[in-house]
Design a protein around this ligand. Structure first.
Ligand SMILES: Nc1ncnc2c1ncn2[C@@H]1O[C@H](COP(=O)(O)OP(=O)(O)OP(=O)(O)O)[C@@H](O)[C@H]1O
Ligand SMILES: [Mg+2]
Length: 226
């Protein structure tokens, strides 16, 4: 379970997140919808530990993440697919997928098993494994970024606008992967940001709205964002 207690963040002295309070339970798929510039990316980056000096507390199953530097958050089972994907171009797709697990010191066999499981969740990655991280289309890059987040994210997976700009066929494959992910890891909490609520269809079990850096718990407002 992820708990956000009065989380705030500023960029260049400007408040970007303001008093965010939320409880994201295990097994939930939570959408955070909000217009461009609402603070979605900043919220995920704050959870990942990339916004040092933010206010409030972030707890994962009761553990305060303040003491866990960003580079160690994958060790806690947190996976992140950033908006801009960032695959290492000099690595193959397989190396990109293995990377977060290797960084946290997982053994070869454990990483092999994690990769096999990830490929059952995102089977479209199988034929891409040997390709360069630089040779992917935008949509393929999003699938690979999902796979990489799944590799590390045993407890929490954060996906930043995964459906934005995704062709319909890939969007269907992506949704099917999220469905399988939930079946394979029923306890996992998945957070998906989107500026267009309708792209998420019926995937989220809960929808939160981010408005100018503040979180609003209101389904009607969520439905109005598109
Ligand atoms: N590096 C930066 N320097 C200055 N302001 C920034 C920076 N990054 C973000 N901001 C500002 O912070 C606010 C929130 O940005 P953020 O990227 O978190 O929003 P978002 O909801 O992810 O937007 P989008 O839908 O465009 O991805 C915006 O007003 C943005 O202009
Ligand atoms: Mg963003």
């Amino acid at each position: 379970m992820l708990t956000l207690e009065d989380v705030s963040a500023t960029i260049a002295g400007i408040p970007v997140l303001r008093g965010i309070r939320a409880t994201l339970p295990r097994g939930a798929t939570v959408a955070v919808v909000g217009r461009n510039g609402a603070g979605k990316t900043t919220l995920l980056r704050t959870i990942m530990g990339f916004m040092p000096g933010h206010g409030g507390r972030i707890l994962l199953d009761g553990q305060d993440l303040a003491s866990v530097p960003a580079r160690d958050r994958a060790r806690l089972g947190i996976g992140y697919a950033p908006e801009d994907r960032v695959m290492f171009p000099s690595f193959t797709v397989e190396e990109n997928l293995r990377f977060p697990c290797e960084v946290i010191g997982m053994g070869r066999k454990a990483v092999d098993e994690r990769l096999a499981e990830t490929l059952t969740i995102v089977p479209e990655l199988q034929p891409m494994l040997a390709r360069s991280g630089a040779a992917l289309s935008g949509g393929q890059g999003k699938m690979a970024a999902l796979g990489r987040a799944v590799m590390a994210g045993e407890r929490l997976v954060l996906l930043d606008e995964p459906f934005q700009g995704l062709a319909p066929v890939l969007a269907q494959q992506y949704s099917a992967s999220l469905h399988r992910l939930h079946q394979v890891r029923p306890e996992l909490c998945v957070v998906i940001t989107e500026s267009n609520r309708s792209l998420l269809k019926d995937i989220p079990t809960e929808t939160l709205v981010l408005e100018r850096g503040a979180l609003v718990h209101d389904e009607a407002r969520a439905a109005a964002i598109h």
